[in-house]
Design a protein around this ligand. Structure first.
Ligand code: PLP
Length: 429
């Protein structure tokens, strides 16, 4: 029996709109190989996870070595040396005074924990988030996710959550244009706090670059303005770097582009090149607000995952992967901007580093071209290039390859995407 049939019979998959029809046998670097032997250039990295490339030899060696010694002990019952070493390394590489980490397993678990910590530290109970955001699939993280498509059927959600408008210039929620707008979306944080909350906001939770919402890059002034407003009101700033962290945007952490120090920073996905691990890190005085019994995780900080994460960080720094992401990202965006001129279907090309979105629209009114995006993903796959889809309106092609992608591979991805865009544009005209 093949995996597809077993999936149909034994996995809960009815919530998946459509699988990519590839049974993945193995992967290396930027190449994923199907059970039929076909190779694909992976430009999605298992949703922005394998930033150092599939199966990086140094990460695998570290995990293998650790596996022979210790797989599990529970990081919060006994001292796990790899978790200790990793926490120290994270304190060294994260911005500002962030110092003490808590380890979990998934992005949602990191965000849940960060929110809990923010509440304990401030003694406050409300939260502020952004429309079009995504923070995970637990009740808490869905409560602060600003996207009906993800929330439907699961409500009612937690009370005490306010939403500020997404800093989304292409479809400005305030109908303004940057820079003449004066970054009014950041000023709107004040309105959200003033008119949607009871003045009890523990934290503003935001993605420095929004991923699932369609690769939305806030204007460069956004976080300085928004976070100052939140802090004046007594709340903390929680940066959700689950998707945009670990070199993806051209810096180790995306908030570095904005010169703002988060009070808590959440990580997962790219932290261990595919081994399951997440973390949130806080300033010591914030971190120490937890009291006995307040928080824990059985599997969090798994020794094998921590060993992989330590090697992954060394690889990021030794191989200059954030710098590579900046360079290859600039190359890809330049190619895509040229393609945009040729095809009206391409409404917007945006991104930072190798976190890139191509938003497709049908007309000058920016009618979302979701079925076209799906067709383009299919055509790219048939031509051997894997891309992702995203955006609240499902009309954004996501290009988030491993950061080890070569200049030649970037060109190949752009060539394939261009041919697919031409084919779909020809069908529509
Ligand atoms: C910004 C962000 N936060 C949190 C999550 C949730 O992560 P996980 O699926 O590992 O729980 C995601 C997942 O896509 C994400 O993009």
């Amino acid at each position: 029996m093949n995996a597809k049939k077993l999936y149909e019979d034994y996995l809960i998959t009815s919530m998946v709109a459509g699988f990519e029809p590839i049974e993945v046998e193995r992967a290396s670097g930027c190449t994923m190989t199907g059970a039929d032997g076909k190779d694909y250039l992976d430009c999605f990295s298992g949703i922005a996870v394998v930033n150092a490339g599939h199966g990086h030899p140094r990460v695998l060696a570290a995990a293998r070595e650790q596996m022979e010694k210790l797989v599990h002990c529970c990081t919060y019952v006994y001292y796990n040396p790899r978790a200790a070493e990793l926490a120290k390394r994270l304190a060294e590489v994260t911005p500002g005074r962030l110092q003490k980490s808590f380890f979990g397993n998934s992005g949602a678990e990191a965000v849940e924990g960060a929110v809990r910590l923010a509440k304990q530290f401030t003694g406050r109970h409300e939260l502020l988030a952004l429309t079009r955001s995504f923070h995970g699939r637990t009740v808490g993280t869905l409560s602060i996710s600003g996207n009906r498509a993800r929330k439907k059927g699961g409500g009612p959600y937690l009370p005490g959550v306010a939403f500020a408008p997404a800093p989304y210039c292409y479809r400005c929620p305030l109908k303004l244009s940057y820079p003449a707008c004066g970054v009014a979306c950041a000023e709107a944080v004040d309105q959200a706090l003033r008119y949607q909350t009871a003045g009890d906001v523990a934290a503003f939770v935001a993605e420095p670059v929004m991923g699932e919402g369609g690769i939305i890059v806030p204007p460069k002034e956004y976080f300085a303005i928004a976070v100052e407003i939140v802090r004046k009101d007594g709340g903390l700033f929680v940066a959700d770097e689950v998707q945009c962290g670990f070199g993806r945007t051209g810096r180790l952490f995306a908030i570095e582009h904005y010169g703002v120090e988060p009070d808590i920073l959440c990580m997962a996905k790219g932290i261990a090149d595919g081994f399951p691990l997440s973390a949130f890190i806080a300033r010591p005085e914030v971190a120490d607000a937890f009291r006995p019994g307040d928080h824990l995780s059985t599997f969090g900080g798994n020794p094998v995952s921590c060993a992989a994460a330590l090697a992954n960080l060394d690889v990021m720094i030794d191989e200059k992967l954030p710098e590579a992401a900046a360079e290859r990202g600039a190359q890809l965006i330049a190619r895509l901007n040229a393609v945009k001129e040729a095809f009206p279907l391409v409404g917007d090309v945006r991104g930072k580093g190798l976190m890139i979105g191509v938003e497709l629209v049908r007309d000058a009114e920016k009618t979302p071209a979701a079925s076209e995006a799906k067709e383009i993903r299919k055509l790219c796959r048939e031509a051997g290039v894997l891309v992702g889809l995203g955006g609240a309106l499902a009309n954004v092609i996501r290009l988030q390859p491993p950061l080890v992608i070569t200049a030649a591979e970037v060109d190949r991805a752009a060539d394939v995407l261009e041919v697919a865009l031409a084919e779909v544009s020809a069908c529509g005209s």
